[in-house]
Design a protein around this ligand. Structure first.
Ligand SMILES: NC(=O)c1ccc[n+]([C@@H]2O[C@H](COP(=O)([O-])OP(=O)(O)OC[C@H]3O[C@@H](n4cnc5c(N)ncnc54)[C@H](O)[C@@H]3O)[C@@H](O)[C@H]2O)c1
Length: 253
């Protein structure tokens, strides 16, 4: 799909990979709704790129329904959904203070996996009713998994479970939405230089980057956004989880 002139919803757009994706889409002439629990930070990005910030908890049915309605009222129904909202707290299954509280595990699954599914189902219900574009395509969903879906480290049990769920969701959703001409993809990033990582000491950043075979550095958010654009534009990509990681395979710890 040529995204120019269409409407897109980007979740987690207040920061990091989501903010960069929203910026890239807006520069390509896309009408972008930036959904995030941190509405103020989303507004800062939206004001800079000419998008619309909407406060939204992606894991909450009512909040996501209302946010999609707001985006539709401003931009028309979206043909592009990019699910970047996510959290990544680290904790062992059994730590020094005993087993991980179940609520902590549930929270990560809720935001990363239930939130992705929630946005996908609401988006696809609307996009499936749109007029098809050239080639019969109606829309595209791109979700963010992680290399932790495949090689989760010690302390990433909850995060890896949630991202494994996002990866596994891709194929059944692509198969189901084929009848509507909606493609479903996921990107599994390695380690990217988002604000969270940039906040680490320089030595820690270098040590993380040193684990990447080539290029021997952290990924740049612009490289992630470039792949999102390609996923939108390349109509033959569907049902795939694409690793974007410089051949990184994370060690156990
Ligand atoms: N940065 C990396 O190295 C990396 C690697 C692999 C995967 N990822 C994934 O990419 C995505 C973006 O990561 P990032 O590094 O840009 O993180 P980030 O913390 O910079 O941005 C995440 C955004 O999601 C928002 N958010 C959190 N919970 C939300 C909710 N319930 N509803 C709506 N918004 C919510 C946050 O407010 C924040 O603005 C995440 O899903 C993350 O797991 C990141």
């Amino acid at each position: 799909m040529d995204p120019k002139g269409h409407a897109a919803i980007v979740t987690g757009a207040a920061s990091g990979l989501g903010a960069e994706t929203a910026t890239r889409l807006a520069a390509a002439g896309v009408k972008v709704a930036l959904l995030d629990v941190n509405e103020q930070a989303a507004k800062t990005v939206a004001d800079r790129i000419g998008g619309l910030a909407i406060g939204c908890d992606v894991a909450d049915s009512d909040s996501a329904t209302a946010a999609i309605a707001k985006a539709r009222a401003a931009h028309g129904p979206a043909r592009i959904l990019v699910n970047c909202a996510g959290i990544g707290p680290a904790k062992r299954i059994v730590g020094r203070d005993g087993p991980m509280p179940l609520a902590e595990y549930e929270r990560v699954i809720r935001v990363n996996l239930v939130g992705t599914f929630n946005m996908m189902r609401l988006f696809a219900a609307e996009a499936s009713k749109l007029e098809p574009l050239a080639g019969g395509e109606r829309g595209v969903v791109i979700s963010v998994a992680s290399v932790a879906a495949f090689e989760g480290q010690i302390g990433q049990a909850a995060y890896a479970s949630s991202k494994g769920g996002v990866a596994a969701l891709t194929m059944p959703a692509a198969r189901e939405f084929a009848q509507f001409g909606i493609r479903v993809l996921a990107i599994a990033p390695g380690i990217f230089a988002t604000p969270m990582l940039r906040a680490l000491p320089e030595a820690a950043q270098q040590s993380l980057g040193a684990q990447v075979p080539f290029p021997n550095r952290l990924g740049e958010p612009s490289e992630f956004a470039a792949l999102v654009m390609h996923c939108i534009e390349n109509g033959y990509l569907n049902g795939e989880v694409i690793r974007l990681d410089g051949a990184l395979r994370m060690a156990p710890r």
